[in-house]
Design a protein around this ligand. Sequence first.
Ligand code: ZN
Length: 380
Amino acid sequence: MENSGNLLIRNARLVTPTGVREGDCLIQDGRIAALGEVKSPGPAPKLDADGGYLAPGFLDLHVHGGAGADFSHGDPAAARQIVQLHAAHGTTGLLATIVPGPIARMRRAMAAVVGVPGILGIHLEGPFLNAEKAGALDPGSFLPPGRDAFRRLVTGFEDQIKVVTFAPELPGALDLVPEIQGMAAVPAIGHTAATYDQATAVLDRGARHVTHLGNAMTGLQHRDPGCVGAALLSGASLELILDGIHIHPAFVRLVVEFLRGRGELHRLCLVTDATSASGMPEGSYRLGDRQVRLERGEVRLADGTLAGSALTLTQALRNAIRFANLSLEDALTLVTTNPAGLLGLDCHLGTLAVGARADLVLLDSDLSVRATLRNGEIAF
Ligand SMILES: [Zn+2]
């Protein structure tokens, strides 16, 4: 469909911050101009939503790849392919997530994603991580925390980097917090063997996001509440890879019911942690430099270690509703308002409101994606 950010969507179920209501959505110059009953649409082309849900486009804080391509390989054409694959599953904005490697290569990977539409910025997942909790990342590329190494890595990309994941228990790691804050990025903890006390200390000192809660970190034991316990009791936002493989459905319920009881569901974000195997048939793929295999929906290294996912955010959304008994409106906040809030984008992304950017997804009642719009233009 040809339009330049002008479109009238008729007969939708609008998922607004105050609930779901039937109506139309008028888009002008890439922004939402009117919601409800739109009487005089002018010359805008029309799309009949036929009762489908019109929601804010999904935002994914943790994506390595898709469609056979990996952000870490530093190819701008491949980066566009990845964005396109995720747009087909409702994602209008994502953080290109770069795995540890030689600093020069990580910088090439960052340079390749700058300016790609649909990429909101960069999530550096390392290299200041704990080898004991490497998961599928290559511990040979991990570095001890240090200001010099940090600056060699990030200089020139300060405006692009939005999240930096590090292991707070490593010597010198706490010095990274002001460095990360200094470029207005989110200090996040992950791939960490931190004790409850170590994790609590860094969450009190400015870390405000927890990368894939439960995975590659110390778990919740009754005498040793670990990083998971510290994360839950903090005010930090929490990522979940909600594929039903990385975490048990009951763990999802525990987290959701705990947060809901505190009135803090806004802290929860669903991510895919998608690898190049996402959207591909079963077979061998790569995560950074490592060979991974997609089989029966699971992505693993040869030794069986889980290596990211082949998850899509639509599937994560369905799982959230199924595992934790969430309403559609509440589940949608986990992939829209909540990640937008963490990134400080909530005034124009992640919400269906007049004036917001028309990054939207049109969903059938089974939550399959009928169309995805970015800046009011059809992206899928
Ligand atoms: Zn990851």
